[in-house]
Write a protein that binds this ligand. Structure first.
Ligand code: PMV
Length: 344
């Protein structure tokens, strides 16, 4: 081991899946391929100080937005202990982590993707700094480590578009996410308006949801559908076919929620205003022919995806017709970004 102590600051964004990862197997492997857009502004910044350990756990402290956070600390601590087979050098280190999000913690936006991507990127970077790994392998290694913290975090390492999970065309792999090469230029600058319908923490966690896919009556059909949607979405993004893209984007979002509504036990994360937003968006699209489409994560908030070139008219519609359906009128406008990086 090199010097054995140091400090590193990382920033990792969140991401929104276009084709959803839902259901896992083995050591956090996905049961279907997924495709996502990495965000730019919604991000976690994480400072990791490391030194040689003289007893105690790997994670000495975890401070979230200035306060010691016990529940995050135990999750991250458990995570770090769980990756020592891949990163044995952690057995000799003590880490103190300070983390904060650029978006409000209680906004109902999944923060595990950005938080775990930042931590994993930090661990992979420390490995390089200690001379234990090659810098060229770093993004793949960071994505593998991020996957083990939270599956979707694997896709926050790079950007603007990432694929994760083995697909029929052999583009993706299960271990880590890779960048989607060569999309049509109309997908170069894409925006995501996140409408905050309900900012409270969701009632059912994603890990419980993934678990319910295990004996789900539609499991095999969902895997088949996700594969078909993955291929079709990829083709649409390569050809610049926004209509085809939007059709699949929206079907994927509804399918994710259909899986929740038809699992045993069933549950629902959508709220009445989530449905109203979807209806208004469809109607606006019919009237104007403008390319704005919704997708939804595991919660009631709605993400609207549209090309930056059309932002003016679409954002005017969002402000005038949709923010009244948001809690406290709140929304966040984000855009496609490049993924995790070292700040200092
Ligand atoms: O990363 P996890 O285990 O929290 O799973 C999240 C899965 C979804 O966000 C619902 C979909 C996705 O592909 O990001």
């Amino acid at each position: 081991m090199g010097q054995g102590s140091g400090q590193i600051t990382l920033r990792a964004p969140s991401n929104i899946a276009f084709v959803k990862y839902w259901g896992k197997t083995g050591r956090q492997y996905p049961i279907n391929p997924s495709l996502s857009m990495t965000l730019s502004h919604c991000a976690s910044t994480c400072r990791i100080a490391y030194q040689r350990r003289a007893g105690g756990p790997i994670l000495a402290s975890y401070v979230f937005e200035g306060t010691q956070n016990q529940s995050f600390q135990s999750r991250v601590s458990h995570y770090l202990e769980s990756i020592t087979d891949i990163c044995p050098f952690l057995n000799d280190l003590s880490l103190s982590i300070d983390s904060e999000n650029s978006f409000p913690h209680s906004a109902g936006i999944a923060s595990s993707a950005s938080a775990f991507a930042a931590i994993a990127y930090g661990v992979a970077q420390i490995k390089v700094e200690l001379g234990l790994a090659d810098a060229a392998d770093m993004p793949r290694h960071a994505s593998t480590l991020a996957r083990l913290g939270s599956g979707s975090a694997a896709r926050s390492i790079g950007g603007p578009y990432m694929i994760w999970g083995q697909d029929e065309g052999g583009e993706g792999v299960d271990d880590y996410a890779v960048q989607l090469p060569a999309v049509h230029s109309s997908f170069d600058t894409v925006k995501d308006a996140i409408l905050l319908i309900d900012k409270k923490q969701k009632d059912v966690s994603s890990s419980v949801g993934h678990g319910l896919m295990e004996g789900h009556v539609y499991r095999d059909a969902r895997i088949q559908q996700a594969n078909a949607n993955f291929n079709a979405l990829l083709a649409a993004m390569r050809h610049g076919d926004w209509d085809g893209f939007g059709l699949i984007l929206e079907a994927e979002a509804l399918s994710l929620h259909a899986m929740m509504m038809t699992s045993t036990p069933s549950y629902m994360l959508l709220a009445p205003n989530s449905l109203k937003v979807m209806q208004r968006v469809k109607q606006f699209r019919q009237e104007t022919q403008l390319p704005v489409y919704f997708t939804i994560d595991a919660g009631p908030n709605i993400h609207l995806i549209y090309p930056a070139q059309q932002a003016q008219a679409i954002e005017a519609f969002i402000t005038s017709d949709l923010t009244d359906l948001c809690q406290d009128g709140q929304m966040i406008i984000d855009e496609a970004g490049k993924g995790a990086h070292v700040i200092a």
